[in-house]
Write a protein of this length. Structure first.
Length: 183
């Protein structure tokens, strides 16, 4: 099956590409998970995070935003010894801070989706050279998230989050998933 240029032969990557990436997500817990995972990925490859995702789910309470918001400094120090995740104090502290900022929003799902007008933005790219790393929508989301107290939410991270959550559909036309999601 033809896939997007970024999808390598790793079975985990293929499953992620074929089943998740670009599929619209409106579930609050899943969106929270994706925004944290994108922040954890900063400076690393996405496959690194995918391989650690199961352990992140365990140590981040299945991305229960209330529990992540209540993580103590002592717990974050314990996580710094956890080999199954990326041990980065700034990113772990950001997870707690982002959970608090998330909880401060009346309707975080609608708020996040508002950056694409509430509906998936379907792009019709013919090849990888057309797929941007940042868009005006991602820049606006980044600015709003930072203003609301989020961290590790730069424009590139926000665009990757938008792609992952299906807010934008960037499967290229030569990808088998394009036809299913480009409606």
């Amino acid at each position: 099956m033809p896939r997007c240029f970024w999808c390598n032969e790793d079975a985990l990557y293929i499953a992620y590409h074929d089943q998740e990436w670009g599929v619209p997500v409106r579930d609050a817990q899943m969106l929270f998970e994706l925004i944290l995972l994108e922040g954890f990925q900063a400076g690393l490859s996405w496959i690194t995070i995918l391989k650690k995702r199961a352990r992140y789910r365990e140590v981040m309470f299945d991305f229960d935003v209330n529990k992540v918001a209540q993580m103590s400094d002592a717990y974050i120090e314990e996580l710094m010894l956890e080999t199954g995740i990326v041990r980065n104090r700034l990113k772990l502290n950001a997870a707690r801070r982002n959970a608090l900022a998330w909880l401060a929003q009346d309707d975080p799902v609608s708020w996040l989706w508002s950056f694409v007008g509430g509906q998936p933005k379907v792009n019709h790219f013919t090849d990888r050279s057309q797929v941007p790393a940042v868009t005006p929508e991602a820049e606006a989301m980044s600015k709003a998230l930072k203003k609301a107290g989020f961290t590790f939410v730069g424009p590139t991270i926000c665009y990757a989050f938008m792609q992952a959550s299906g807010m934008v559909m960037d499967h290229t036309q030569d990808c088998d998933r394009y036809a299913a999601l480009a409606r």
